[in-house]
Every structure is written in structure tokens, then in C-alpha cells.
Design a protein around this ligand. Structure first.
Ligand code: M6R
Length: 612
């Protein structure tokens, strides 16, 4: 939700911090701030609004400190305002803290601190943290080099909820302490400097060498060093991991927006995700998985659990696993799954999909499944992310960093990866048929077909100009096309703020058709030749009632009589969502542009939802 950056080194920290925040702004963008150590005092500069406002703050150019922390906020506790912005500072101005996550027991802690003479200037949950650290610091009479660490550790022991925090202390001007629990934080190692960030892309231009932190590992950072400790303050040894993404993958590269760039990166993302998992001879190989035939045969159910777009990718996964492997598969929304006491045992395999790997509900659902004895498999785009560290097995999409809040290339990469997983399961189960063989051929041809589908851009743009002022747009589809209708509708509402709903086409006449009136726009997706006739009948029903229609279909499906028909290359129905979503991603994009909105940072949303 919020974004955190930190720097400790030999250079002036403030420009590095602001630059890092700009790259993390997609995580939250209602207020921002930085704190640096200036001649043994802490200077905090912050304000409501976008990160770029920091450049206008009086005195920001005069900061010379070489150690600092920074934050871009997505408000949870307390409205966006200067007071509620981070960094926060304790009453004695000894500690400053930035925080991502939620402190669930902050009311109790505020009361406790209030009873001990502390006062508060903000409505945030975070403000208790620097004061609690100060409380423990002031009680510690041992003035050794670990006093700062002990105070942070003791305070963290009191915190309930999730947190990634950076702390600076004016008494330790050459150190910074960082720690995380259920919220992301990475450390990038440079030459005589260390960088801290909520995620890797923001600091990729400085280093490819990263320390990945586990929950409740405390780090004392100095220019040249990173010392790691567990909760009992026993030293831990940790090595860096080299990240293969290159720095330009986190830049716009001449595109107006990250979303447009990421839409166009899909041929590469899919190619990279297929990688060597499917060879020309048709063998499907997941080197990190060793499921046996006996195990897969013993399964009573597979659950696929995720949120938002990742959940829509799960629907394509259900279709592939059930049809190719005949294993009953249920898809659930993580925030529901975790509270509905799902029936899980050791004969259940639970698959969790999350681009970021940091979505709070998905992580909680994974932990629950483990407690109930299921095997867990994570699908993520981020190596070392929380779900991959919690799960028994992890496999990765190789979409590269996805910066735009609206997910595009991560979704299509998830669909291809879970389809490959279904093929792998069918191989282990020794199921072999023409449908699977045909699917394998189609998968290898997919990157080229995506390039073809991207060529629909101009006609999509033209149609978008005709409908961008609409109040409601409906999406209809059957079978696998219904999953795409769901994703198309989510994408549209997310970045254009147009009210949108998706329905299984056959459901229309059971209620929603009452909403169809003259001029309303309906998007029909019909790529499955077996179902197309049925869907056409449903779309005719809305045409009769005066709707404008946009149809997404295949090249070999013969249909006419609609306002706009967009054709994508033919492919296997299992992977058709990867092609049919492309014009719909472009549709949302162009509508949002036409309305003059911020495509990459839609209102009220954040890229990574690390709170419940
Ligand atoms: O990082 P995750 O894949 O777990 O995120 C899940 C959803 O928050 C995400 O897919 C969201 O729905 C997208 N912004 C939609 O474009």
C-alpha cells in the first residue's frame, strides 16, 4: 500500500530518496515525506499530495545528510494530510520512523504511551512506533552499540499487525534499523552504501544485489555493512541474491504510461514465462516441482486462491486443470476463503496466485491452508516475496516488474503459467490426448499471436473515443470467455471509473437485462467456437434493446451486425484469455486516456494491497 525508501551512504540522501519515492508512487500517492540526519539532528519534510510536491518544500535543497528514510502514503488511519504523512517523529525528536502496514493494537499502545506522558499530533497508527521505541530507549541504562537495536526490537515485540519499518536515531547518526513483518522490504547493497525499498524495481538502477528479509529479522545498516539479528538479537548470516531484471525494465522506455508499455511487453513476458518449461518435443518440465502420480491421484480437490486480477487468472487455471487433469478445482477470493472455514486436509492442494507475492489476504489464506495440512504452491512474479517464502513450492511468472496499478502482463503470464502447470499435472498423471498436444503447439506460437492481437490497438482506440463518456458498460461471455469478461470489466472500472459489470451471457435474461436501454454499451467476448452461437443470441437480445456492441472474437468466427467486431488470432480455448484480454486492456487504457485520467495511478488504489 505505502512505499518505503531508505538510503545510507556517502551521497546526499534527499535526491536519492525522492527519486526512489517517485518510482514507488504506484504503491500509494496521497502524501509523501523524507527524514534525514542533519548535523546530529533529524530533519523531517513532508506534505499532502504527490511525491513531486516534495521538490517545492522550503529548505529541501539545503539538506546535506547522507542517511535518510522516505515514504509515499496510501491512507488507512487518518485522512491524507501533512500531520498524518510519514516520516513520524517521537516527542523527544530522537527517532523518526516510516511504516508500511497496519498496527492493529495502536489504540492500546496510544493509551499506554499517553499514560506515560507521550502526546500525539496525528491520527495514524504509525505515530505510536517512534514513541514506543523512545519509551524503551529511555528505560535502557546500558549505553552500548546495541541500545538502539534493543529499543526497536522491544517496541516491535509490542506491535500487533503488519509492518515494514525504517528507523533513524539522532544518537546513532551512522546507522539505520529496518525490520519487516508481513509487509515487504528489501535491502539493495551498493559500494559503500545501502538502499532500502518496499520493492526491487525502485532501486534497480543502483544495484542488482539484494538482501531479502524474513519476518522479524532486524538489520542494523551502516554505509559499509548490514548486520542481521533475530528476535532474540542473535546475529544471523545472510547472503545477497542477484536479481536478473535490468534497470530499464522499470522505466517507461518512451511510452506515455507504464500500462501501455506493459501491455506491449506481453509477447516477451509470455515467452520468458514459458521459458524452458515447454520444449519443442512437448515435454513439460517444472524443475522445482516433484509431484508424484500417487499424490496427484490422491487429491480430492485443488483450491486456487487469489485476489482481483490474479483470481481471474485462477479461473483460467481451474478450466485447464479440471478439463485436462479431471481434478475438481475451486477458485476462491482470498479475503473470503480465509474466513469461511474452507474444507481442507492433506488431500487438498492449495495454489496461491499473487503478482506481488505480498497481498495480505492471499498470504493469510496460505497460512491457513498450511495449518489445515494442505500442500501449498505459490505463483508469483517476485522472487523471494512473502508468499513464496511461506509456500511449500513456488513457481514464477517472468513478466518483469509491473509498475502500473492495473495488472496486464502479470495476468497473462499467470494464465500461461497455470496452464503449463495443468499440462505438467496431466503429464505426471500420464494423461495424453490430442487436445493437450494441440494446446502445447498453440502455447509455443502464442508470443507471435499476441503481437498480432496488439495490432488491434487503432480500432480499439477508435471505438473507445465513441464510448468514453458512458456511465455503464457491460461485459458478457460464456465459459472461458466469461472469465475474460470479468477481467475486462475490472480493468475498465479500475482505470476509467466507469461503472461496469460482467455477466455470464446466459444469466442476462435472469435479471441484468432490465438495465439494458438505448445507447448502453455492451462488450461481448466470444472466442470459443463451441459456445459462440449461444452467446450471439444473448448479444442479439441487447442489440434489440438498443445497446451499442463491441465484440471480441476469433478470425474464423463469422459474425456481423454489431457496431464493432475485433478479431484476434485463433488459438486453443485454454489460452484464449491471453489473446482476448488484449483488446480489452487497450479499451480500458484508451478510455482512461480520453477522459484525461492518470492511467498508471488510478484513484483510491494501490499496486500492492498489504493490508486486509
Ligand atoms: O499482487 P497481487 O497479484 O496479489 O494483487 C492482487 C490484486 O490486488 C490485483 O490483481 C488487482 O486486482 C489489480 N490492480 C487489478 O488490475
Amino acid at each position: 500500500m505505502c512505499g518505503i525508501v531508505g538510503y545510507i551512504g556517502t551521497k546526499k540522501a534527499s535526491p536519492i530518496l525522492i527519486n526512489g519515492l517517485l518510482r514507488l508512487e504506484y504503491r500509494g500517492y496521497d502524501s509523501a515525506g523524507i527524514a534525514t540526519i542533519e548535523k546530529n539532528d533529524i530533519s523531517v519534510m513532508k506534505d499532502k499530495g504527490r511525491v513531486k510536491n516534495l521538490y517545492n518544500l522550503k529548505g529541501i535543497d539545503d539538506l546535506t545528510g547522507t542517511i535518510g528514510i522516505a515514504h509515499t502514503r496510501w491512507a488507512t488511519h487518518g485522512k491524507p494530510s501533512k500531520e498524518n504523512s510519514h516520516p513520524h517523529i517521537d516527542n523527544s525528536k530522537t527517532f523518526s520512523v516510516v511504516h508500511n502496514g497496519i498496527i492493529e493494537n495502536y489504540h492500546e499502545l496510544r493509551k499506554f504511551l499517553g499514560d506515560n506522558g507521550y502526546t500525539f499530533y496525528s491520527q495514524t497508527d504509525t505515530e505510536v512506533i517512534p514513541n514506543l521505541i523512545h519509551y524503551y530507549y529511555s528505560k535502557d541504562n546500558n549505553n552500548d552499540e546495541l541500545k538502539f537495536l534493543r529499543a526497536v526490537r522491544n517496541a516491535c515485540k509490542e506491535l500487533k499487525g503488519s509492518f515494514a519499518i525504517e528507523v533513524i536515531c539522532k544518537d546513532y547518526p551512522d546507522n539505520m534499523i529496518v525490520v519487516r513483518k508481513d509487509s515487504p522490504l528489501v535491502i539493495g547493497k551498493g559500494e559503500n552504501e545501502n538502499y532500502i525499498s518496499s520493492d526491487i524495481p525502485a532501486i534497480l538502477s543502483f544495484t542488482r544485489s539484494f538482501y531479502l528479509l524474513n519476518d522479524l529479522e532486524f538489520v542494523i545498516l551502516s554505509r559499509n555493512d548490514a548486520k542481521f539479528y533475530d528476535i532474540d538479537l542473535k546475529p544471523i548470516k545472510k547472503d545477497t541474491k542477484t536479481i536478473e531484471w535490468n534497470a530499464s525494465s522499470a522505466e517507461k522506455d518512451g511510452y506515455d504510461d507504464y500500462m501501455l508499455k506493459e501491455i506491449h511487453e506481453q509477447p516477451t513476458a509470455i515467452r520468458e514465462t514459458i521459458g524452458s518449461k515447454l520444449s519443442e518435443n512437448g515435454k513439460c518440465d517444472f524443475e522445482d516441482l516433484d509431484f508424484t502420480k500417487e499424490y496427484l491421484k490422491s487429491l480430492n480437490k485443488i483450491y486456487i486462491v487469489a485476489c482481483g486480477t490474479a483470481m481471474h487468472a485462477g479461473l483460467a487455471g481451474k478450466n485447464a486443470i479440471e478439463k485436462l487433469c479431471k481434478i475438481p478445482t475451486e477458485v476462491d477470493i482470498a479475503s473470503e476463503f480465509r474466513y469461511r472455514d474452507p474444507i481442507i486436509d492433506e488431500k487438498t492442494l492449495c495454489i496461491f496466485i499473487s503478482q506481488s507475492g505480498e497481498t495480505a489476504d492471499t498470504i493469510a489464506a496460505l497460512k491457513l491452508s498450511k495449518e489445515k495440512g494442505a500442500k501449498t504452491l505459490a505463483i508469483s512474479n517476485v522472487i523471494g516475496s512473502s508468499i513464496t517464502r511461506e509456500a511449500d513450492f513456488s513457481i514464477y511468472t517472468h513478466a518483469g516488474p509491473e509498475i502500473a496499478v492495473a495488472s496486464t502482463k502479470a495476468y497473462t503470464s499467470q494464465v500461461i503459467l497455470i496452464t503449463l502447470l495443468a499440462i505438467y499435472f496431466s503429464q505426471v498423471l500420464e494423461i495424453n490426448n490430442e487436445e493437450i498436444n494441440n494446446l502445447k503447439i498453440e502455447i509455443l506460437e502464442l508470443p507471435k499471436k499476441i503481437e498480432e492481437a496488439l495490432k488491434t490497438s487503432e480500432i480499439v482506440k477508435e471505438f473507445s473515443k465513441r464510448v468514453y463518456q458512458e456511465k455503464d458498460i457491460f461485459f458478457l461471455g460464456r465459459g472461458i470467455d466469461e472469465t475474460v469478461a470479468k477481467e475486462g470489466s475490472l480493468k475498465l472500472k479500475e482505470i476509467s471509473y466507469i461503472h461496469s459489470e460482467s455477466y455470464a451471457a446466459g444469466e442476462l435474461k435472469h435479471g441484468p437485462i432490465a438495465l439494458i436501454e438505448n445507447g448502453i454499451t455492451v462488450v461481448g467476448i466470444m472466442t470459443d467456437p463451441k459456445l459462440v452461437e449461444k452467446t450471439i443470441s444473448n448479444i442479439q437480445e441487447v442489440v434489440t434493446r438498443g445497446a451499442k456492441t463491441l465484440i471480441i472474437t476469433n478470425q474464423n468466427i463469422d459474425i456481423n451486425g454489431f457496431d464493432m467486431v475485433i478479431r484476434i488470432p485463433n488459438t486453443s480455448p485454454f489460452i484464449s484469455p491471453i489473446l482476448s484480454i488484449i483488446p480489452l486492456q487497450l479499451f480500458s487504457y484508451y478510455i482512461s486516456k480520453e477522459k484525461g485520467l492518470d492511467v498508471d495511478k488510478p484513484r483510491n488504489l494501490a499496486k500492492s494491497v498489504t493490508v486486509e
